[in-house]
Design a protein around this ligand. Structure first.
Ligand code: PLP
Length: 459
């Protein structure tokens, strides 16, 4: 049966973001089931999933309540779209609940409407088109360039992939698209000059953004895009004062701010939303992943009143908003999100996340303090990075940036799933938010064993 699956995979499945050659030689890594924070592979071997899938299974695997809600919604109305003013009860209920939740929990009373898609990528494409549309409507058609950051990850469709600031995702596809600019990631550990304080480093990053805006001409810059904590780029929390400076600059030059909360939304950083945690005032916020804990594909683009008021005011004259997808507001996906939010709220799942994150960070620092290749351990809530260097003293990288990948492979051998990230030499840990302290401790112990076992290959 197993050989059968592997053989079928090799002859049929085109894997996402995978080396075709490596997958052909090693075969697929096939999981068969999951419960809580543990997943089991096709051979019956358990792993603690310290990645929560792709930073998304926040409430853990296998919750019956969500399965039941999905089954019930499927039986009741298995599909309904939102085109031409149509809707379904789950889409309406979820939009209303999400707006209230976000306004309250993110201290963002200015958010006005919710637009649904199916993925983080399409949410960023949606936001991009809204930004262009807004500037056309207010008579500033020359304001079209957008600024993102090197190392950013906003998805892989053409617009979102262009906003992504990681060359590995660009090089095959003639990306980034014209009009997308990237400034430096505010990565203090790697980017700071000798003796530079975090606040001075943040001010230098803001000054670089200011210089870019002035060089390009503020009248041409439509929007700035940022993850509150950069995820795939290496788990990079914003240095002290960074977003304050950035937001002042954006306000000064009348530039929209799009916050990509696809990872940070729904408790990941220890608060419900990164927008609240970092005191952001975005014009658009994108959510996905934790919105349904990945039980169903769903994204939400929340639009602030500055943009909504213009779209609404222009509607009678302009005509329909000609953007959306067959699956926008899919009733089964929205029902899954409602069931997940019920669990998140009734079980107060976000409350202990900050403390669990502290425990994870402190234990890792203690357990890995003698590892010669660990350069930095950092994080925000249950979003943690362990950065590996060939020489931490000089911050010299391993040849081919391979060190952290070797560690991640050994860690998997120990029964823990971590992620080897594609831009910084980081293994990331982002477990389900429901992970128990005992599981967390066990995962740290196994992780440390894997990192030690990797030593001969790193030296
Ligand atoms: N934005 C961020 C911050 C992400 O981390 C991701 C995915 O990891 C995306 C967008 C893209 O989401 P998706 O893979 O659902 O298109």
């Amino acid at each position: 049966m197993t050989d059968n699956l592997s053989a079928k995979d090799k002859r049929s499945l085109f894997h996402a973001v995978s080396s075709i050659a490596d997958t052909a030689s090693s075969g697929p890594f096939v999981l068969s089931h999951g419960k809580g924070s543990t997943v089991t592979d096709e051979h019956g071997r358990d792993y603690i999933d310290m990645g929560a899938g792709l930073w998304c299974v926040n409430i853990g695997y296998g919750r019956d309540e969500v399965a039941d809600a999905v089954a019930q919604a499927t039986r009741q109305l298995s599909f309904q779209h939102l085109f031409g003013g149509a809707a379904s009860a789950p889409a309406i209920e979820l939009a209303d609940r999400l707006l209230t939740l976000f306004r309250e929990r993110a201290n963002a009373p200015h958010m006005a409407r919710v637009f649904f898609g199916s993925s983080g990528s399409d949410a960023n494409d949606t936001a991009y088109k809204m930004v262009l549309h807004y500037h056309n409507l207010i008579g500033k058609p020359q304001k079209k360039k957008v600024i993102s950051r090197h190392g950013a990850y906003h998805g892989l469709t053409y617009a979102a992939g262009s906003l992504t600031g990681i060359p590995a995702y660009h090089k095959a596809f003639d990306m980034p698209a014209h009009g997308v600019l990237h400034v430096d990631a505010p990565h203090y550990y790697r980017g700071a000059m000798a003796g530079e304080s975090e606040a001075d480093f943040a001010a230098r990053m803001v000054a670089q953004l200011r210089d870019t805006i002035e060089r390009e001409g503020p009248e041409t810059i439509a929007a700035f895009w940022a993850e509150p904590v950069m995820g795939t780029g290496g788990v990079i929390p914003p240095p002290q004062g960074y977003f304050e400076g950035v937001q002042q600059l954006l306000a000064q030059h009348d530039i929209l701010f799009v916050a990509d909360e696809v990872i940070t939304g729904f408790g990941r950083t220890g608060e419900w939303f990164g927008t609240g945690r970092y005191d952001l005032k975005p014009d658009i916020v994108n959510l996905a992943k934790g919105l349904t804990s990945a039980y169903q594909p769903l994204s939400a683009t929340i639009v602030g009143d500055r943009i909504w008021d213009v779209l609404e005011g222009a509607s009678a004259q302009h005509g329909a908003f000609m953007h959306g997808f067959t699956y926008s507001g899919h009733p089964v996906c929205c029902a899954a999100a409602l069931a997940v939010l019920d669990i998140m709220e009734s079980e107060s799942i976000v409350d202990p996340v900050a403390a669990k994150g502290e425990r994870l960070l402190a234990s890792l620092k203690q357990r890995l303090k003698d590892h010669p290749f660990v350069g930095d351990i950092r994080g925000a809530g249950l979003m943690v990075a362990i950065e590996y260097l060939a020489d931490p003293a000089t911050k010299r990288d391993f040849a081919g940036m391979a060190g952290h990948k070797i560690v991640a492979a050994h860690v998997r051998e120990e029964g823990v799933l971590s992620r080897a990230l594609p831009w910084m030499p980081v293994t990331s840990l982002s477990p389900p938010l429901v992970i128990a302290d005992a599981e967390l401790d066990e995962a740290i112990e196994r992780y440390a064993k894997g990192a030690e076992r990797a030593l001969p290959q790193l030296e």
